[in-house]
Design a protein around this ligand. Structure first.
Ligand code: GCW
Length: 671
């Protein structure tokens, strides 16, 4: 449960001579993140150096670690020129032999600086340095899909740490531990319940529970928010939930005031409306913006934010219509609403055009909302990506999305600059990741899956960071600074996403899983003739979705001109998205000279082989890691190796049967 906050003794830290003599925390209120920072510094230094430093609020200037806000520092010690470039939540960290200064723009920033300092010394980086660190965007949230009964939708690490039997649990120890973990990666907000929300969350018992959760997370600078069920007023006895009805508005106003009177710093609301059976404003012929703005208006006086999900689509599509396309839905529903959202609404957009697949083009919606705040939605929980039974390090995939240049108006328009607000000069924006931690002691069910949570925080703060460097920091903090440990886990992790793509869904065909059920394990047949609109259009001759403007669903045309042209033309479409945008014969030649079908066969073998190679790689670390984690991961890697073979054979046999085309290497089918 310590994750990357182990504070193991480091070899270089044998001598404590380079350590200041005391910690000065410039706030002694227990709920203050600066107080937390003081405690955390003492704890970390004790672990890393084996020395307990006294914490004081004294004024000693030399030989001390001082942590506090810029304002508090200047009050105590006079003005400083170091802080002028600090942005909200940012910090200045200065490490010198006898003097460490950790100064936040606000209290939360000071805590972030303390964790940053500890991360430095925990990795044996004991040299002097001085720098300012500011976030790329203000919203760095996690979403938890926890239900009030304690189950978690798409959670793979045991039941909820927040809820049980319809109410908030009594013992919030794990919640506090989670807040600490989140603060250490600079996450500042959390939505604690499922977007498929229940009205009962708003009863008085649960509002009290929410307040208790906020109380334990507050010392870590993590603000709590909730998902709302749009029809809540009706569940509580009103005749309607029409967002323009005055009784509905005053009902929401009243509930919101109640919540904020108990949780004055509540982050805000998350809303999934008119999606997958959830209620929403369209029921009353009101727009999605009308719905979002109703919440925005009641939350605004309290400083609350409304995250409004763009995941709206018709889940009863009919595949016999060649032009039906779920990938078109978000733009169709939202583009005309641009500029109509209140300024404390943020449109939360899933990274891909459909749904958390192993490979998708960036959602075209990012290019259509220049007059709205936006955030990207990622998944740390590996819904379509092996559900933590498979190692899949996701930072490389997120980086591709964040760095993708949408070329809006033929100008540089990276997704990371759109969501930060920079590109379109928006005041708000950022990211949210669905995490779904559970009561398992290791939070996510697979020790190695924590690299994804860690990387999410790092990229939310600074998307320009390198996926490999983030990973190596995580390994060294989590396991060991032994070079072989770092090299081996790095190698496995960086091979893992391409391997998973190889054995689950090639060339942009999506994760070929059981689409109507639990989204785990191979089921290529289920990927057609479903109302969900996740289709491959595979028949005996050909495969792929024609999303061109000239002959298909027109989805390519939803992208800005330069990108649209790239996807419209089969020659310029990146091959890893070939079948996302084009319908081709199995015999279509790729740049490698292979046919599509042969590429399928070969990739599935290659992917399964890579997954199998993780086992001996991991075994080569025996003796270098504690036994429990060594064995836990070994168990998962053996499972992954076997399951990759199941994927390989299921998919290869399916397309072999369908196409009647032989594998050149005679591995597929019966011989
Ligand atoms: O991917 C789908 C999931 C649903 C989820 C939905 C959403 C919370 O299968 O379980 O519901 O997305 O993101 O709303």
């Amino acid at each position: 449960s310590k994750a990357w906050l182990r504070y193991a003794r480091v070899a270089q830290a044998n001598s404590t001579s380079s350590l200041p003599a005391s910690i000065i925390a410039l706030n002694t209120t227990k709920s203050s993140p600066v107080y937390t920072a003081g405690q955390e510094l003492a704890k970390g230094i004790q672990g890393i150096f084996g020395k307990r430093l006294p914490i004081s609020n004294g004024t000693a200037k030399t030989s001390s670690i001082i942590v506090g806000t810029a304002a508090a520092y200047e009050r105590e010690f006079g003005n400083s020129s170091h802080f002028s470039d600090l942005k909200e939540d940012g910090f200045w960290l200065s490490i010198d032999v006898e003097s460490v200064r950790i100064i936040g723009q606000n209290e939360r920033g000071a805590l972030y600086g303390a964790f940053e300092y500890l991360s430095h010394i925990a990795q044996g980086r004991l040299g002097g340095t001085s720098f300012i660190s500011n976030p790329n965007s203000p919203i760095r949230w996690v979403n938890e899909w926890d239900n009030l009964d304690g189950t978690i939708e798409r959670g793979y690490a045991g039941p909820s740490i927040f809820f049980k039997n319809g109410v908030v649990v009594d013992d919030l120890t794990r919640v506090a531990e989670y807040a600490r973990l989140l603060a250490s990666i600079k996450i500042n907000g959390i939505i604690i319940n499922n977007v498929n929300a229940k009205a009962e969350l708003l009863n008085s018992t649960n509002i009290e529970g929410l307040a208790r959760i906020a109380d334990v997370m507050r010392p870590f600078g993590v603000q709590v928010g909730i998902s709302l069920n749009f029809a809540s007023p009706q569940s509580f006895g009103l005749k309607t939930f029409d967002p323009l009805d005055t009784s509905v508005i005053s009902w929401w106003n009243n509930v919101t005031n109640q919540i904020y009177s108990r949780v004055p710093d509540m982050a805000g609301y998350l809303v999934k409306a008119n999606s997958e059976g959830q209620p929403g404003p369209l029921t009353y012929n009101r727009t999605l913006a009308d719905g979002a703005n109703m919440f925005a208006k009641v939350a605004k006086p309290h400083g609350g934010i409304v995250m409004f999900r763009a995941f709206v689509y018709d889940n009863h599509l009919n595949e016999s219509h060649w032009k039906d396309d779920r990938a078109n839905a978000a733009v169709e529903f939202f583009k005309d609403l641009d500029g109509k959202f209140d300024d404390n609404v943020v449109v939360q957009i899933k990274y891909g055009a459909i749904d958390f697949q192993v490979r998708e083009p960036v959602s075209p919606l990012f290019a259509h909302l220049p007059n709205s705040n936006t955030a990207i939605e990622l998944q740390v929980t590996q819904e379509y990506l092996g559900q933590q039974a498979h190692l899949v390090y996701l930072a490389p995939m997120w980086k591709e999305t964040l760095e993708f240049d949408m070329r809006v108006d033929s100008k540089p328009s990276k997704v990371q600059d759109i969501i930060s607000g920079q590109r379109f000069k928006r005041p708000l924006g950022g990211s949210a990741a669905v995490v779904n931690v559970g009561t398992d002691t290791n939070w996510l069910g697979h020790h190695l899956a924590l690299s994804n949570l860690y990387a999410y925080g790092r990229l939310a703060w600074n998307p320009s960071e390198d996926a490999k460097e983030i990973l190596q920091d995580w390994i060294s903090l989590t396991f060991s600074q032994d070079q072989k440990v770092i090299d081996t886990i790095t190698k496995m992790s960086l091979l893992s996403w391409p391997a998973y793509e190889n054995y689950t869904g090639n060339l942009g065909i999506q994760t070929l899983t059981d689409i109507t059920g639990n989204h785990f394990g191979p089921n290529p047949r289920a990927m057609d003739n479903n109302g969900w609109g996740q289709w491959t259009r595979a028949d005996s001759l050909s495969i792929g979705m024609d999303r061109t403007v000239s002959n298909g669903t027109g989805n390519a045309g939803q992208y800005p001109k330069e990108i649209a042209e790239m996807y419209e033309n089969i020659e310029t479409t990146p091959e890893d998205l070939l079948l996302w945008f084009h319908h081709v014969p199995y015999t279509q030649k790729l740049k490698s000279g292979k046919t599509v079908i042969q590429h399928f066969y070969d990739s599935h073998y290659a992917g399964a082989e890579t997954a199998a190679s993780f086992v001996p790689m991991w075994e080569s670390l025996k003796g270098k890691l504690d036994e429990q984690r060594y064995n836990d991961v070994l168990f998962r890697q053996i499972y992954q190796a076997g399951h990759a073979v199941v994927w390989r054979d299921a998919i290869n046999n399916f397309y072999h049967n369908l196409s009647s085309i032989e594998d050149e290497q005679k591995r597929v089918g019966r011989h």
